[in-house]
Ligand binder design. Sequence first.
Ligand SMILES: Cc1cc2nc3c(=O)[nH]c(=O)nc-3n(C[C@H](O)[C@H](O)[C@H](O)COP(=O)(O)OP(=O)(O)OC[C@H]3O[C@@H](n4cnc5c(N)ncnc54)[C@H](O)[C@@H]3O)c2cc1C
Length: 380
Amino acid sequence: MDFTLSKEQAFIQKMVRDFTESEVKPIAAETDRTCEYPRENIEKLFDCGVMGMCVPKEYGGAGADDLSSALAIEELSKVCASTGDIVATHNGLCCDPILRNGTEEQKKKYLWMLTQGHKVGAFALTEPNAGSDASKGTTTARLEGDHYVLNGSKIFITNGYVADVAVVFAMTNPAKGTRGISAFIVESSFPGYSVGKHEEKLGLHGSPTAELVFEDCIVPKENLLGQEGKGFKIAMQTLDGGRIGIAAQALGITEGAMEEAITYTKNRSQFGKPIARFQNTQFTFADMKVAVEAGRLLTYQAAARKMAGQPFTMEAAMAKLFTSENAMKYTVKAVQMFGGYGYTKDFPVERMLRDAKITEIYEGTSEVQRIVISSNMALK
Ligand SMILES: Cc1cc2nc3c(=O)[nH]c(=O)nc-3n(C[C@H](O)[C@H](O)[C@H](O)COP(=O)(O)OP(=O)(O)OC[C@H]3O[C@@H](n4cnc5c(N)ncnc54)[C@H](O)[C@@H]3O)c2cc1C
């Protein structure tokens, strides 16, 4: 498999890298401190076509491929995992399911809003009692004439309190189990839609996480996404693709921490020489480098398979599992290399360590990834 970037992919990578250096890096620590959604930068990412970048040009997007989206998320996450997360959710979890399952009318209306219209997207599956086992959601959707009536709530929703459009999953026929789940495109302006609790989190402070509440929420019948009863399938397919984005995010965090640690250890001397000259430091960097390169291959492989229309469920799960566990492992090691300074907010590795943890949890925990991988191995 050849992962030499195409001209377009290399262009997008460089554009996002330059943007990250000039616009994201200067405010990353402040975004973390204030827990403020980086609105201005997200607007600029709309302007330069990164938000919704895989949407075809005819619907307002840049017509980029899945690897380009992963490259963009990786670059952003090297410096600010929150910004990477906002983009990953918008692109992978909101635009993607509409693109894959929407009617022509839905695509024309909503994909245009999610690109040229600068409207932010979300994906609402998790409920208080339905996390890893997402099939146990109790939010309902009842058809009444020309509209559905949604009741229930969703928690931990990324982009929750800024989203204008959300792909929401609800039971249209509880007796049918997962075959009774349907997906809907819901606008935040629909009657009965409200935002509940804003989460205070360990990390990812710039990413707005919130509860969404549906109280007799009126959703036009034409906003059913795909067919009735196909919602669970849409959710699982969407998460397969989304995991490539989280793998890219985790990869970016590890690369960011490695770059910070290299700079620091070259400049910090103890016992008469730079810490980077101690062999234990060098060996840690060697291990980090291997983890980054292997994680990159897994992540790009999953993206390449998705682009080629090949099955990629297991590849995406492997990429997410490997990169997220390494992000956690190596941000801890980066903090260690900084000594006491690494434990303070004077250097970004402290934030990177806190941000890394979520990559092992959302879009399926590491345990869930192991279930997905092993269940694809024909062990029974
Ligand atoms: C910051 C943040 C953003 C998020 N964004 C979104 C979003 O945009 N949209 C959305 O729908 N959801 C979102 N989520 C929800 C996220 O996907 C869930 O938190 C995650 O899937 C885990 O579910 P849970 O929290 O209910 O944990 P639980 O499912 O209760 O799991 C608790 C523990 O039990 C383990 N466990 C569960 N089942 C098994 C099993 N069968 N075998 C072994 N171990 C198991 C888990 O691995 C975990 O360690 C977000 C969460 C956070 C924290």
